[in-house]
Design a protein around this ligand. Structure first.
Ligand SMILES: NC(=O)c1ccc[n+]([C@@H]2O[C@H](COP(=O)([O-])OP(=O)(O)OC[C@H]3O[C@@H](n4cnc5c(N)ncnc54)[C@H](O)[C@@H]3O)[C@@H](O)[C@H]2O)c1
Length: 344
């Protein structure tokens, strides 16, 4: 992996200035060692609005202008999912370190091709799985890795709201990549099978709501409820372990994590052989103090660090591919009316 000059400014171009793009621009622009040299969108009106908040950036409507500029080190792709593969391919081919929004691609074969291309080019490929840069998720990961929850029995996540609707991807592809990336990160393994039910109400063939069960090794069951047709915004995940149970509510800024000192175990009865009893335990609730930094800020800093040092990103192309494989399997299960689909 080639590294970039430690002392110089990293010059970045950002492609896509819709809903999420301005957040990416703001966070890169806030970094002292980064120059946002270009912002690009096919929509002139969006560019004109952004020009006021990022006056030093050159605005372009054709992303190829950014790729042709030899001084550009890195590109962030914040485009509709169908464009991720083609434009990331162009970016890596042009020798740019590339941050692609989630999900990395629509097909796992395309994601794999991007991984191979990045390796051949010696460039960083990173995917915007923003929740892995969230302080609460980082705390969760350390807590679970230390064995504080005991054996994980199951996890479920509700990611629902009214909006933002899409016509090109279903609700699962739109929002569940966050949950999949968190599950894989926490459990340190991939699901072995998925089964999903969904229904389309607004646009034929595009599921507005999806209920997906992801089975992980060692009898860990997870569930994702993804919907853009729900009255109340929820970003809540419940992790049930043998020693402790945790509710992670990303909207509750005062108490993102609530750790319940509750557990359930089978214990062998004393002086018996092979006789067991259930032991349920209910103790205190602990709310850890978490210093919260905007996850996207941490993500952008991490990307620049990887560009400078050649470090493999936490959410590299392989992490992106793992999430795409799950989304593909969920699509196959949805098409079959909920039949389980095995993952290799
Ligand atoms: N990490 C997160 O938490 C998070 C949150 C929201 C969205 N996203 C991701 O960000 C990406 C963009 O989502 P969004 O909600 O901002 O979409 P959006 O539709 O609001 O914005 C996409 C922008 O791309 C522009 N565009 C389309 N084709 C283009 C082209 N060829 N060249 C230049 N610009 C082009 C459009 O004009 C639009 O402004 C998606 O991949 C989405 O999954 C990530």
């Amino acid at each position: 992996m080639s590294t970039t000059n430690q002392s110089s400014m990293i010059k970045v171009g950002i492609i896509g200035c819709g809903y999420w793009g301005p957040n990416v621009i703001r966070n890169f622009a806030a970094l002292d060692d980064v120059e946002v040299k270009y912002i690009c969108d096919i929509d002139q009106a969006k560019l004109a609005r952004l020009k006021r908040s990022c006056p030093q950036a050159k605005i372009v409507t054709d992303y190829r202008e950014i790729l042709q500029d030899k001084s550009i080190d890195a590109v962030a792709i914040v485009l509709p999912v169908q464009l991720h593969y083609a434009i990331a391919k162009d970016s890596l081919t042009a020798g740019k370190h590339t941050l692609v929004e989630k999900p990395l691609a629509f097909k796992s074969s395309d994601a794999q091709e991007l991984i191979n291309l990045a390796e051949r080019q010696g460039r960083i490929l990173m995917v915007g799985h923003t929740f892995l840069y969230n302080s609460a998720v980082r705390y969760l990961k350390q807590y679970i890795s230390r064995g504080e929850c005991g054996r994980i029995f199951y996890i479920y996540s509700n990611r629902v709201n009214l909006g933002r609707l899409h016509r090109d991807i279903n609700a699962f592809w739109s929002i569940a990549p966050h949950d999949i990336s968190i599950f894989i990160h926490l459990l340190e393994t991939d699901p072995i099978s998925v089964s999903a039910f969904g229904s389309s109400h607004l646009h034929r063939g595009i599921a507005d709501v999806v209920f997906a069960v992801l089975k992980f090794p060692e009898n860990v069951t997870t569930h994702i409820h993804a919907s853009w047709l729900d009255p109340v915004k929820e970003r809540r995940m419940t992790i049930v372990g043998s020693k402790r149970m945790i509710v992670y509510d990303d909207i509750d800024s005062e108490a993102r994590l609530k750790i319940y000192d509750k557990g359930a175990e089978m214990q062998e009865l004393p002086r018996t052989y092979g006789e067991y009893q259930y032991r349920l335990r209910a103790g205190d609730i602990f709310i850890p103090k978490i210093d919260f930094q905007e996850p996207l800020a941490v993500e952008c800093q991490h990307f620049i660090h990887c560009v400078r040092t050649g470090t493999t990103p936490l959410t590299d192309g392989h992490a992106g591919l793992r999430v795409v494989r799950v989304c593909e399997a969920v699509d196959r299960s949805l098409e079959s009316g909920g039949l389980p689909v095995e993952l290799d």
